[in-house]
Design a protein around this ligand. Structure first.
Ligand code: MG
Length: 155
């Protein structure tokens, strides 16, 4: 499914399938749009990851996670990213560049996902021995944008 999309390939390498992201999208939108299908949610996720700015955000954030995992970042960034310092916040800011693609509904969705951490997002947040400081927010950003896209389409 990843085809030539380098961001999708990288997400899959880091344990994130687009199906799992679509599941989160369906979860947060089902209450508003009964009859919403998993296929519709997946299509929306696919549209989001097609966008170049989304791909660049994923490539950037995941690279920082991987470098921190290999202890290859310069200090003090190494320690900050590795321990996911809660005052850091650049991971959320990067993810917001994804969410912004579909306006303020995306922003609200992101805030909700960041707080409630459903499904895969919560699992990524607490993976032992892995640095997923950026990845959890990137996934929340993609899911939030895909949910916002559905909201716009259904209007
Ligand atoms: Mg994070």
């Amino acid at each position: 499914m990843s085809g030539q999309n380098p961001a999708v390939r990288l997400l899959e390498e880091r344990g994130v399938s687009l199906d799992a992201v679509a599941e989160i999208v369906c979860q947060i939108q089902q209450g508003y749009y009964p009859g919403l299908t998993p296929e519709e949610c997946l299509q929306s996720v696919l549209k989001v990851v097609e966008k170049r700015e989304v791909q660049y955000a994923v490539l950037t954030g995941v690279a920082l996670d991987m470098l921190a995992e290999q202890e290859s970042l310069p200090s003090p960034l190494q320690e900050i990213v590795a321990r996911d310092d809660f005052l850091y916040g650049v991971d959320e800011i990067l993810a917001l560049s994804i969410t912004n693609v579909y306006g303020s509904i995306g922003l609200t969705n992101f805030g909700y996902l960041d707080k409630s951490k459903p499904g895969l997002i919560g699992q990524l947040d607490s993976s032992e021995g892995r640095v997923n400081t950026f990845l959890d927010d990137l996934v929340a950003g993609i899911a939030a944008a895909a949910a916002a896209k559905i909201a716009h389409q259904r209007q």
